[in-house]
Design a protein around this ligand. Structure first.
Ligand code: AMP
Ligand code: MG
Length: 429
């Protein structure tokens, strides 16, 4: 079934007014992870997605061990009423086993990570113990088994420690190392090609002519893609003419899993791009009910639908031209799509968190707005206000902000003091 047919099956989807959620759901429903895997040395796997389940080959920790510095005792020997005097017959350090077995009335000094000597079952922390020559006085009130980490407490042998689909972050690197994994199987990196369209664009390194603007989108795109760990292919600035655009689309689609463009999808420009897209693939042109970022194209180029088909096709995200709209649409649609193609399951979520909006914001129901905000703690409460200028061309608003203020589709005006949801840039950008 064609992409357009699948899209129109979802009968309430109007390409002229698609909600952010509808667009996101449709995109997700179409994508499947890349199949190719590779084995990498552990450190190189940071930021990649596990391609296979990792099963714990042994218990973690492998043995019972002390969680604290203190004294290893037999709980049954302790008095419930007053202090118990025990003779210290030795010391056991982390990584050592205590030779011998403490007898009745005896205990062993134990360090964090050390194995409790035979017969002992409880560790009493040194801070509460009174030392008296070669004896110690243990106060009453100790719980049996306290301060001992049990073998297999983190992971039991044979249990899946990490499932395929898990994004490898520093915690996962450490966990994999704790299982002795020197190599892991991960999905291969995504190849993402991108270019900017527009006759007014000038690349950095070239003097600006009258009426030109520097192409900033390729730099934000590069940064956003690099953070996600994609292999990037920067195809530069492409003029608004059919021949150059067609060549750029063909080159990008042949080389990449995903093609991202900016500009050329707004009314007026879109007509001519639409014609081209119809020849090269299958692309849907949407007017999404969002601000910034209304026009957006999504589809596939290359492959069976293209004239020089070799079977390979690439997903296309045609983002708007305005610099802030590029970032907003990237984070609301492309980021998740890339993680999905990378095989991430679950997708790394960036939560929406409530904050008090300190100023009124004009907003009408019927579209989702992503205002750029500054979130700060004021008198013990998280408060947010929009940064000054919110124009979709004003990239400084993204740089000055530390969060998106997400004003939901059905939401009306915001009064000062209202709660709003924010999406913090840390973890997103
Ligand atoms: P468009 O979507 O192509 O109509 O572009 C909308 C606005 O964004 C215009 O003011 C463009 O000059 C600007 N713009 C488009 N592409 C870029 C880019 N790569 N870098 C900076 N500004 C851009
Ligand atoms: Mg343009």
């Amino acid at each position: 079934m064609s992409l357009a047919a699948r899209f129109s099956c979802l009968h309430d989807h109007d390409p002229e007014a698609l909600s952010v959620d509808q667009a996101r759901r449709f995109i997700h429903s179409q994508l499947r992870p890349v199949r190719a895997h590779e084995r990498l040395a552990l450190r190189s796997a940071l930021g990649r997605v596990l391609a296979r389940d990792v099963v714990a080959p042994f218990n973690v920790p492998a043995h019972d061990n002390s969680a604290m510095d203190g004294y290893a005792v037999r709980h049954a020997e302790l008095s419930t009423r007053g202090a118990t005097r025990l003779r210290v017959v030795g010391t056991v350090l982390a990584g050592q086993t205590f030779a011998g077995k403490p007898g009745v009335g005896q205990c062993v000094r134990i360090m964090t990570g050390a194995l409790p000597p035979a017969g002992t079952d409880t560790v009493v922390i040194q801070e509460i113990v009174h030392v008296d020559g070669d004896s110690v006085l243990i106060p009453a009130g100790q719980r049996p088994g306290q301060n001992i980490r049990l073998a297999g407490e983190d992971l039991a042998a044979g249990q899946p420690a990490l499932a395929a689909g898990r994004l490898i972050r520093p915690a996962e690197l450490g966990l994999l190392a704790s299982l002795g994994c020197a190599e892991v199987s991960v999905h291969r990196r995504l190849r993402v090609a991108f270019f900017s369209t527009g006759d007014e664009l000038c690349s950095v390194g070239t003097p600006l002519a009258d009426g030109e603007v520097y192409d900033s989108n390729r730099y934000t795109l590069f940064g956003m893609l690099a953070r996600i760990g994609c292999e990037v292919l920067d195809l530069g600035v492409v003029r608004d003419d059919p021949g150059s655009l067609e060549a750029a689309f063909r080159e990008a689609a042949a080389a990449a899993d995903v093609v991202i463009t900016s500009g050329g999808v707004s009314v007026g420009e879109a007509d001519f791009v639409k014609g081209l897209m119809a020849q090269l693939g299958e692309v849907l042109f949407w007017k999404i009910a969002m601000k910034p970022g209304r026009p957006m194209a999504f589809g596939r180029i290359g492959g069976a639908a293209a004239a020089d088909a070799d079977g390979h096709s690439a997903w296309l995200f045609g983002l708007p031209g305005n610099p802030v709209a590029v970032m907003a649409t990237f984070y609301q649609f492309v980021r998740d799509a890339l993680y999905l193609l990378m095989g991430a399951e679950p997708l790394p979520v960036v939560p929406l968190l409530p904050a008090v909006c300190t100023v009124a914001i004009r907003k009408s129901p019927g579209r989702t707005e992503f205002q750029r905000g500054v979130l700060a703690r004021v008198d013990g409460e998280w408060c947010v206000r929009p940064v000054g200028a919110q124009g979709s061309g004003i990239l400084r608003s993204m740089s000055d902000a530390n969060c998106f203020i997400v004003l939901e589709h059905d939401r009306g005006p915001v009064a000062a003091g209202d709660s709003v949801n924010v999406q913090v840039f840390d973890g997103l950008l």
